[in-house]
Design a protein around this ligand. Structure first.
Ligand code: ZN
Length: 379
């Protein structure tokens, strides 16, 4: 059986770690294009100046327009050529990081998240959007980023809602990996590389990736609440450090090399409703993970463990929590239809998937979540 495991060349995490960015740039070249939103670069400009001076590298700011479009990628590619930079650095949140990956296209790429809100930083893929913010395409590269650098001081200073959203994204990782393993489905780590095909082919997950996925859930359940309190107070504690690692490294390697299943497909389906779009990826994924558990007939104890945790950190447990005012069966059927298109990861579940079974799981999960919350509130 063919198996694959992929990862960035280096993951480094620590307080004020951005002060070492120059060192990593220097290991790849002499200069870098820093792709980030103006406010995100401004937040860390002082550290960028210091590291550039210390390691004698040249940093060029490239203000990111805000959307990961093909036009934005072309504009930034030209800028990198004009400046003759050796390294592409992505700095900030998901879209700036993804854009930097597409600009770098598998070469000399350093990723510096300023929040830990989802698990994409370590991956060898990016999502492209159109200028009116609609999904365009996935892009895959010949390798993962060279360095993923997490400055925990910067991450702790961001609003805690980001860190909590990252925990929501991480909740999905183990359950999706478990389903993928049960069905012996393929994982992203074996996808064809870049824009060309044939370089590699389908592959199954490894024991290594499954172990990391399982650990990510354990860490979230054990340390998530304490980490949220640390983030509320903008301080770095051991619990916050553990959650930054779980949200980014454990979950990132876990989803990419151990597989996606129902949760992320139903998340994609939710885009047909109006309310959920007001919430972060990880906040929606927390709810769709719980839908996956209902769909796979998980025991009440497992479902309630997830709900108890979600309520403790303020993650959504129902559609009402995602601003869906009224649950209409016809609309939920549309969500389920989008979630079950042939390309979707939901078909990695170890049983047959129908539109109706997914719609009913969404409705049941919503009802269970509302009931659970009410019982907790009236206690
Ligand atoms: Zn995700």
């Amino acid at each position: 059986m063919r198996k694959a495991f992929i990862s960035p060349s280096k993951y480094v995490q620590g307080e004020d770690e951005l002060l070492n960015l120059g060192f990593y740039i220097q290991s790849l070249g002499n200069s870098a294009l820093i792709i980030g939103k103006t406010e995100d670069i401004d937040r860390v400009q002082d550290k960028l100046d210091k590291t550039a001076e210390k390691f004698k590298v040249k940093l060029h700011r490239a203000e990111f327009g805000g959307e990961a479009t093909r036009e934005e990628v072309d504009r930034l590619k030209k800028l990198a050529e004009e400046k003759g930079t050796d390294v592409i650095v992505g700095l900030g949140g998901g879209k700036a990081l993804d854009t930097s990956k597409v600009v770098a296209n598998g070469h000399n790429n350093i990723i510096c998240p300023t929040i830990a809100a989802q698990d994409a930083p370590t991956s060898h893929s990016a999502v492209l959007y159109t200028s009116d913010h609609q999904f365009d395409d996935y892009a895959y590269f010949s390798k993962n980023p060279d360095v993923v650098l997490m400055d925990t001081t910067v991450i702790a200073q961001a609003p805690s809602r980001f860190l909590v959203a990252g925990m929501g994204d991480t909740l999905a990782t183990y359950y999706e990996a478990r389903a993928t393993r049960q069905s012996n489905a393929n994982v992203n780590a074996g996808l064809p590389n870049g824009y060309h095909t044939g370089a590699t082919g389908p592959a199954k997950g490894t024991i290594a990736a499954m172990t990391l996925a399982k650990k990510s859930l354990e860490v979230i359940l054990a340390k998530g609440y304490n980490a949220k309190i640390a983030a509320d107070n903008n301080i770095v504690t051991p619990a916050l450090e553990d959650i930054v690692e779980a949200n980014t490294l454990l979950s990132g390697l876990g989803f990419e090399s151990a597989g996606l299943a129902a949760s992320h497909a139903i998340y994609n389906g939710l885009t047909v409703l109006d309310g959920p779009g007001n919430y972060y990826h990880g906040e929606q994924v927390a709810f769709t993970t719980f839908v996956q558990l209902v769909l796979e007939n998980a025991p009440t104890s497992e479902i309630e463990e997830l709900l108890t945790f979600s309520l403790s950190v303020g993650l959504p447990v129902s559609l009402a929590d995602l601003d869906v005012k009224e649950v209409k069966y016809d609309e939920i059927l549309e969500v389920a239809k989008k979630a079950t298109i042939p390309e979707e990861s939901i078909h990695s579940m170890p049983f047959e998937i129908t539109v109706e079974s997914v719609a009913q799981a969404i409705i049941a999960a919503d009802a269970i979540g509302r009931d659970f919350k009410e019982r907790k509130n009236t206690k």
